[in-house]
Design a protein around this ligand. Structure first.
Ligand SMILES: [Zn+2]
Length: 423
């Protein structure tokens, strides 16, 4: 008679392993909703001002490209979430952590997980690069380049993870709750280092050569000088080694400020269009957009450290997952797989909104330089070349798009042009 209520009470007790599976289920539901919205948007009509981007044949090509990519991303979310739910739910991770040393026990969990994650990522990356991108004529990468890229990324992420986690353990084991202040400070320092060193770090993956002297370079330098802006260098990146896609971006901060043009842009755009795109990138520089993004990332880091601190100090978590003692590797997995994915959509929405505003101001810079028309034709070329999505779902734009859809973007460039004329 007495046993029944006892059992009920035990069952109702909060079990962190079940809680973790519920949280992962919720974020999976979110991915599913977003995925459905993306799939349905494939039927959206293409708006009037961007109808000349695709001819009928390219339009059909774009639609099937969208569909294939969306299917792949849906399947990859499904597979990785299921994999992590099984690994975290089954308690198998506890068997990996045999050492009493917190550093070794952390690596015993994280190294196999990072490797597994890299392998699954590489499998989907392989399909995306050599099946989908290849089929639509984007891919120029070889299997050799791809494999070397994957290994480099795996090594870099393992080294960064091991270094940061070791610091985390060192601080937490010795200074306890001071972790909140100290580790946040360390992450901020790393962030700024990466921001400053990005032009140098990207040399691990690509070759950069200064833009050769000539009419284009002179025009770009004159543009910079007119605006009293200096960059360390105008670089051309050998993007054509991997892809036919073209682009340009602004990077670095302070003394390492660099504007990078993909070599592919030189073949697809006229010099006038390149100047317009360059004026846009200079706009990012003038508005210190990389620094502002850095500030937003700091906010994200604070939340991350807070979650890590809460997870690590909740001793009851570890036995629920079958661990004999606190394991920092498990804590990192819980933060990154169960906790952050719930907060990420909110951050992503805010960051995307900030980015879309920054893009608007950068476009305004190009208009102020009198090259709004060339920017529009350049952007249309980029969209055509990259088979860009011209009719995305509203939900997707709000939550994830760092750039305004082309149609709205052209409309606002034209509005800015009119404003400029009437002045
Ligand atoms: Zn931009």
């Amino acid at each position: 008679m007495d046993r029944l209520p006892m059992i009920r009470e035990r069952e109702l007790q909060l079990n962190y392993r079940i809680l973790c599976l519920i949280l992962m289920g919720i974020s999976f539901g979110y991915s599913l909703i977003l995925w459905i919205a993306k799939r349905r948007s494939a039927d959206n009509p293409i708006l009037a001002n961007v109808q000349d981007v695709y001819d009928q044949e390219t339009y059909q090509k774009w639609r099937s490209y969208q569909r294939e990519n969306q299917n792949l991303s849906g399947i990859s979310t499904l597979v990785t979430t299921a994999l992590y739910m099984v690994l975290l739910g089954s308690g198998v991770l506890a068997r990996l952590a045999t050492s009493d040393n917190p550093w070794v026990a952390m690596l015993q969990v994280l190294v196999p997980m990072f490797t597994l994650d890299a392998l699954v990522g590489a499998a989907f990356g392989y399909y995306s690069t050599f099946r989908i991108e290849e089929k639509y004529g984007f891919n120029r990468s070889t299997v050799g380049t791809f494999v070397v890229d994957q290994i480099k990324e795996w090594l870099v992420s393992m080294a960064v993870m091991a270094a940061l986690m070791s610091l985390f353990i060192l601080i937490y084991e010795n200074l306890g709750d001071w972790i909140l202040v100290l580790f946040t400070a360390i992450l901020i320092a790393v962030l700024f280092l990466v921001l400053l060193l990005y032009p140098w770090l990207s040399k691990l993956f690509n070759k950069f050569t200064p833009l050769e002297d000539g009419e284009l370079r002179q025009r770009l330098l004159a543009l910079l000088e007119r605006n009293g802006y200096t960059v360390r260098e105008i670089q051309v990146m050998d993007a054509s080694r991997r892809t036919t896609r073209s682009n340009a971006y602004f990077t670095g901060a302070g003394k390492t400020k660099t504007i990078v043009l993909y070599d592919t842009i030189r073949t697809t755009m006229t010099d006038d269009e390149i100047v317009a795109v360059f004026a846009h990138e200079m706009g990012h520089g003038l508005h210190r957009d990389t620094v502002k993004n850095g500030a937003l990332s700091i906010l994200q880091l604070v939340v991350l450290v807070l979650l890590a601190w809460l997870t690590v100090r909740t001793e009851a978590i570890y036995p629920d997952f079958g661990f004999a003692a606190r394991n920092y590797g498990l804590a990192l997995l819980l933060v990154s797989m169960a906790e952050l994915p719930l907060i990420e959509p909110f951050f992503s929405a805010v960051m995307s909104w900030v980015s879309r505003r920054a893009e608007y101001r950068a476009d305004a810079q190009a208009v102020a330089e009198g090259c709004g028309g060339e920017l529009i034709s350049g952007l249309k070329k980029l969209a055509r070349e990259n088979l860009s999505n011209l009719s995305p779902s509203k939900l997707e734009v709000v939550l994830q798009w760092t750039h305004t859809p082309l149609s709205d973007r052209i409309a606002s460039i034209e509005r800015l042009q009119k404003e400029k004329k009437s002045k």
